[in-house]
Write a protein that binds this ligand. Structure first.
Ligand code: C2O
Ligand code: CU
Ligand code: CU
Length: 482
C-alpha cells in the first residue's frame, strides 16, 4: 500500500467526519482488500468439520487451552493463532449447573485472557473477569459456575485483553461454548458454524490493518466457517439440521441466507425464541449467534451466502442495501432418498424475563471524535479506563438503558453477564421479546433496552463489539453492587 492514498484518506477524515469522507474511506478499504492478501485458500469444497468437542461429565468440565501461533487455516499451514493448535479451538459443551474449569496458557508474544461471551456467570475473581491479564508464558485457572437455571444455547469464547482483542480474534482465537439441555429438536445433525474472517499474506502470516481499516473496523479477505474456506455441508432432502451460526468476525456484519431455502430461526444469542420463526435472511452483528433449522427441499447444491452489509458510512447513498457481491460461506449438498422429518415443536422454552418494575433509566452513548492523536473512540466522551467505575448499579435492579449513537457508523452494543431485551430502536426493528447480548445501534440513532440485574454482582464491561473500536477505547465499566 503506497503512502499516498493513506494521506488522502486521512485528509478526508480530518476534513470532517462526514458521511462522504467515510464513504470514500470505505471504498479505499475495499480496494485494499482486493489487492491485499495473496494467500490462496486450499481444500475449498471439503466436508465441513466440527471442532473437537470437550464434554462435561458428572457436572464438571476441566480443560486446558493453550493459545499459540501455527494452525491450519483454509486448508493450509499458517502463522495464524489457535487454541490447542486449531482455529477455532475445541467446542466446550456443558450443562446448566456445571462447573467449567479452564487453564489458559499463553504462548503468544503479547498478553491475553479469556471471555465466555454470553455466559451468565460471575464476573469476579476467577470467573468471567475481563480485567485479568495473562502475560506471555503465564497461565491462569478460570472457574465458571454455570447456574442451574442457565438457558441452553449457543455461546462462544474469545480473548478479551483490552488493546489486543481485535488482533487476537482476527488471528484465529475463538471457539464455541454450548450449554446443552433440551428441548430435543427433531434434527439429524447439530452443527456449529463459527464464522470468522482474516487476511493472510502469501506466507500465511496475518496481515495487520491500516489506520483506516481500524477506524472502519477491519474486514478480512478470507471468510471462514470453522476455519475452512467454503466447505460443503452434506444433507439429505427432508432431513432437518440445526446450524448454530456464530459471528466471530472482528467487525463484519453477516446477513446470511441459503439459496432456495428459508431458514427457521429458533434461538438468538443463546436463548430460544418463543416459537420457530421462518426467515429469508438472518442478520448477525459481530458477537451475535443465531440458531436455525434447515430442511433441504430437494437434491442439489445450495450456497450459504452472506450479503455485504453497509455499516453506516454508505447509508443514504445505497439505501442500506447490499453494497457488493455476496460472499459464499459454504455449500449445502443435498443428496439421497428424501426422508420426512417430524415437525418442530410449535412452542420453544423462550427466555422471557419477568416484567418487574423498572427501577432506573439511564443513557449512555458511543462517540467518535477528533482528538490530538487522531480519531477517538469513546463511550460518553471517555476512553476505556479499567480503574474507573462508569456505571454503578444495584443488584436486583431492572433498568432501561438508551444507547445513543450520533456518529456516522453503526456500533454493535454488547454487555457482559446480564442479557437484555430490546424495547425499541430508531430504525423500528421489531423487538423479539427475548433476551440477547449484542444489539446494533444504528448510525445517527439509538436503541432502548431493558436489563434485569438479577444475579452476579461484580465489575465488568460493556463495549462496541466492532472490536477495533473496543481496542481503540470504546468500552466502559459497570459495577453491580450488592
Ligand atoms: Cu464477545 Cu466483551 O465480548
Ligand atoms: Cu462478551
Ligand atoms: Cu463501534
Amino acid at each position: 500500500m503506497s503512502p499516498k492514498p493513506i494521506s488522502r484518506r486521512r485528509a478526508l477524515v480530518l476534513g470532517g467526519l462526514g458521511v462522504a469522507g467515510l464513504a470514500a474511506g470505505a471504498a479505499g478499504w475495499l480496494s485494499i482488500a482486493q489487492t491485499g492478501g495473496g494467500f490462496a485458500p486450499d481444500a475449498s469444497g471439503a466436508p465441513l468439520r466440527q471442532p473437537s468437542i470437550l464434554d462435561s461429565h458428572g457436572g464438571r468440565l476441566q480443560v486446558e487451552l493453550t493459545a499459540a501461533s501455527g494452525v491450519r487455516l483454509a486448508g493450509r499451514a499458517s502463522a495464524a493463532l489457535g487454541f490447542n493448535g486449531t482455529s477455532p479451538g475445541p467446542t466446550l459443551r456443558v450443562r446448566p449447573g456445571d462447573e467449567l474449569a479452564v487453564r489458559l496458557t499463553n504462548r503468544l508474544d503479547q498478553p491475553t485472557n479469556l471471555h465466555t461471551h454470553g455466559l451468565r456467570v460471575s464476573p469476579q475473581d476467577d470467573g468471567d473477569n475481563p480485567f485479568r491479564r495473562i502475560d506471555p508464558g503465564a497461565w491462569f485457572d478460570y472457574r465458571y459456575r454455570i447456574p442451574p437455571e442457565h438457558p441452553a444455547g449457543t455461546f462462544w469464547y474469545h480473548p478479551h485483553h483490552h488493546g489486543t482483542v481485535a488482533d487476537q480474534l482476527f488471528g484465529g482465537l475463538a471457539g464455541a461454548l454450548l450449554v446443552d439441555h433440551g428441548p430435543d429438536l427433531p434434527v439429524t445433525d447439530d452443527r456449529v458454524l463459527l464464522i470468522t474472517d482474516t487476511t493472510l499474506d502469501a506466507d500465511g502470516r496475518v496481515v495487520a490493518p491500516g489506520p483506516m481499516e481500524r477506524m472502519m473496523g477491519r474486514q478480512g479477505t478470507l471468510v471462514l466457517v470453522n476455519g475452512q474456506h467454503q466447505p460443503v455441508i452434506p444433507a439429505t432432502p427432508g432431513a432437518t439440521q440445526r446450524w448454530r451460526l456464530i459471528n466471530g468476525c472482528v467487525s463484519r456484519v453477516l446477513a446470511i441466507r441459503l439459496d432456495g431455502h428459508s431458514l427457521t430461526q429458533v434461538a438468538l444469542d443463546g436463548a430460544f425464541l418463543p416459537a420457530p420463526l421462518p426467515r429469508d435472511r438472518v442478520q448477525l452483528a459481530p458477537g451475535n449467534r443465531v440458531d436455525v433449522i434447515v430442511r433441504p427441499t430437494g437434491p442439489g447444491d445450495y450456497r450459504l451466502l452472506t450479503d455485504a452489509v453497509d455499516r453506516g458510512g454508505l447509508r443514504g447513498r445505497r439505501g442500506g442495501e447490499a453494497i457488493s457481491e455476496p460472499t459464499t460461506l459454504a455449500t449445502m449438498t443435498s443428496a439421497g432418498t428424501p426422508v420426512s422429518a417430524p415437525p418442530l415443536p410449535a412452542a420453544l422454552p423462550a427466555d422471557i424475563p419477568p416484567a418487574g418494575p423498572v427501577t432506573r433509566s439511564r443513557r449512555t452513548g458511543f462517540q467518535m471524535g477528533m482528538g490530538a492523536g487522531g480519531m477517538r473512540f469513546t463511550i460518553d466522551g471517555r476512553g476505556f479506563d479499567p480503574d474507573r467505575d462508569d456505571q454503578i448499579v444495584r443488584l436486583g435492579a431492572t433498568e432501561d438503558w438508551t444507547i445513543t449513537n450520533p456518529g456516522p457508523l453503526d456500533h454493535p452494543f454488547h454487555l457482559h453477564i446480564w442479557p437484555f431485551t430490546v424495547l425499541a430502536s430508531s430504525d423500528d426493528a421489531a423487538p423479539t421479546g427475548t433476551t440477547q447480548d449484542v444489539v446494533p445501534v444504528p448510525a445517527g440513532g439509538w436503541v432502548r433496552i431493558r436489563i434485569p440485574f438479577d444475579a452476579h454482582p461484580g465489575r465488568t464491561v460493556y463495549h462496541c463489539h466492532n472490536l477495533d473500536h473496543e481496542d481503540l477505547g470504546m468500552m466502559a465499566t459497570i459495577n453491580v453492587q450488592e
